[in-house]
Design a protein. Structure first.
Length: 338
């Protein structure tokens, strides 16, 4: 399958068919309505991702134009629509989300598709990458703390112990709700940080032939963490029993373990976040000129304004120039003046 042949029309048509099925479902639903609807929406998201990936791989500043940003926003809303279709199948959320998706795609065709300067693109994606990972760290940490408190509260209730007067914890329902939302937010934030990090690396080191992205342990750890979060969230939504009880607490505890491993990899091996090698001082010096010898025995023209001007050695120039004859001063006469 040649993904480079995917165009904007492919996923636009898929979203349009899904919207039509959503409109038809208001009046009547047929037998395979839901699978067909999710099939068209999923095909649109797949084609959308493939189109942006192909477009990013052929640009020095990937996903850095106004058109790319509109398509990215449309992709996020389309993913939210699929998630809502799985979570609340009887709600007509597609009638509100899909028109906005199609509108953003239409706007992307009207605005400029010229990427901004690589320096500005690097700053933009660097800030997006940093804030996404900071918020993901906060979300995973909150989920971990809520999971720990849930297990403590659950253990106390199982043992039928009275709550301490000076050490009170939130209810199990509140902690369960915090766990679920923290896990959901973590998936989106880590995914955004991972994608923005890949785009940032492509901008900064895309021309480095010796650089291998997947050989960096930090990238591998972050990819493993994202895979775990996606699998955990998918399991939580497909298996309703995992949304309640200790299971969701265990999922957030494991997510925090992946976060610790990723932070440790960043501290031990800087990877793509390590500063680039500084330019040696010798490379900043002017190139030596092969015709002149300085007083310290080093060849080269010290004045950068005289580069390229042919010069001759000092001794050779003096030897080729005949010495000037200096006449002795006339002798002063000692005769008395008359």
């Amino acid at each position: 399958m040649d993904l480079t042949r995917i165009t904007v029309f492919c996923f636009t048509a898929s979203y349009a068919v899904a919207l039509s099925l959503e409109a038809v479902s208001v009046a009547r639903r047929f037998g395979l309505h839901r699978p067909v609807l999710l099939g068209f929406a999923g095909a649109g998201v797949f084609a959308h991702i493939a189109y942006l990936a192909t477009r990013a791989s052929s640009s020095a500043a990937p996903l850095s134009s106004p058109a790319d940003w509109c398509l990215l926003a449309a992709l996020v809303l389309a993913a939210v629509y699929i998630l809502s279709a799985f979570s609340w199948p009887r709600l007509a959320t597609g009638l509100f989300l899909l028109p906005v998706v199609l509108g953003l795609i239409a706007v992307s065709r009207a605005v400029s598709d010229t990427p901004i300067a690589p320096q500005r693109a690097s700053i933009f994606w660097g800030q997006a990458h940093s804030w996404m990972l900071i918020l993901a760290t906060v979300s995973v940490s909150l989920g971990f703390l809520a999971g720990v408190m849930y297990l403590m509260q659950s253990t106390r209730l199982k043992r039928k112990l009275p709550p301490p007067k000076t050490f009170r914890l939130p209810s199990l329902e509140t902690l369960e709700r915090v766990n679920g939302r923290a896990l959901g937010f973590s998936v989106w934030l880590v995914a955004g940080g991972f994608v923005s990090g890949i785009v940032l690396t492509q901008i900064r080191r895309g021309g480095d032939a010796g650089f291998r992205l997947w050989a960096d342990p930090l990238v591998v750890c972050l990819a493993a963490m994202l895979g775990w979060l996606v699998a955990a969230e998918t399991f939580r939504w497909l298996y309703p029993a995992a949304r309640v009880g200790r299971k969701v607490a265990y999922l957030t505890l494991a997510s925090f373990g992946f976060l610790v491993i990723t932070i440790a990899a960043m501290m031990l091996r800087g990877g793509v976040h390590s500063p680039s090698q500084p330019t040696p001082a010798a490379a900043l010096l002017p190139a030596p000129s092969a015709g002149r010898t300085g007083p310290a025995g080093q060849a080269g023209n010290g004045n950068p304004q005289l580069r390229g001007v042919p010069t001759r050695p000092i001794m050779q120039r003096n030897a080729s120039t005949p010495p000037t004859a200096h006449a002795d001063p006339p002798a002063r006469s000692t005769a008395p003046r008359v």
